[in-house]
Each structure stands twice: as C-alpha cells, then as structure tokens.
Design a protein. Structure first.
Length: 161
C-alpha cells in the first residue's frame, strides 16, 4: 500500500499542479509581480508592483506565453488592475492583449484553507483543457505567484524598508 504525500509548501503544491496537467516543469515559466520579497512577507504595495512592471513586461516579451495563470489575489489585482476578489473571478477565462488568463487561488492559500482545494483543482482542469484545445501542452505556461523566490531578486526593483 502506497502512502499519500500531502504537500507542505506552496512550491510542492505548485509542482503537483504542473504535473497534473502533464507539463514538464522545465517548460513552465514562473514570474512574480514583484521581484523582491516585501518585508515580513507582506502584500506588495502599488509602488513596488509599479516599479517591477517593466521587468515583468520584459519577461513576457521573452517568453511569449499563450496561457497565463494568475495565482492569488495579489497577482490578479496587479496584473489586471481589478479590485474584484479572487473568489469571484477564479475559474473565469479573461482575454487581454492576446493572452488567455485564468485567475485562481494561490497554492499557499489552499494550504491554509484546505476546503477550497477542489476549486483550485477545477481551475487546473480548465488550464489543462485550454492547453489541449490550443495544442499547447508542450508550450510554455506562465504561472504567476506573488512571492519572489531567491533566484527572482533583481536590483532594479524598489524594496521598502
């Protein structure tokens, strides 16, 4: 009998989501709204997001994703400019500037609110279906999280003190 592994970090859950849609992790590009972790891991400010926007735009120009998955309320807010809550917009495709965008919950939120996991997995199923529809299973998929990884720190970003 095999043991079921429960992800303990949002990174583990994100990897599991990528595997669930049959993508090679090396073919998935992950970008962050801000390129520097805000102090005490707080939500980035408007100024921080605005300062990092040119870097994010350059990443999009290089990667040219067909499908973008916005992970969490912060990514949704700063990417779309909308103030609607993630619970209201998750799972609904948005077409903007030639991109197909799907907002959903951030994996870290799901780890804290396990009852919402079924809705996250429904959204991941939508991504899989859209990639199949587009014939893009092997193309790049952009998954955006608000947390900056250690490798994602850039000197051109404003960091609050």
């Amino acid at each position: 009998m095999s043991e079921i592994h429960v992800p303990v970090s949002f990174g583990e859950l994100l990897d599991k989501m990528i595997r669930a849609i049959d993508l090679d992790r090396q073919r998935v590009y992950i970008a962050n709204v801000v390129k520097c972790r805000p102090p005490e891991n707080r939500v980035p400010t408007e100024d921080e997001a605005r300062a990092c926007r040119p870097l994010l735009a350059r990443q999009f120009n290089l990667v040219k994703p067909k499908v973008i998955v916005l992970l969490g309320a912060t990514a949704f807010k700063y990417f779309t400019g909308s103030t609607e809550g993630i619970s209201k917009v998750r799972g609904q495709w948005i077409e903007k500037n030639g991109y197909l965008i799907l907002p959903t919950f951030h994996p870290a939120f799901i780890l804290r609110n396990n009852r919402e996991r079924i809705r996250l997995w429904e959204d991941i199923g939508l991504v899989r279906g859209k990639l199949e529809e587009l014939g893009q299973r092997t193309q790049e998929l952009e998954l955006r999280a608000t947390e900056a990884s250690a490798a994602g720190r850039f000197s051109g970003c404003v960091q609050s003190r």
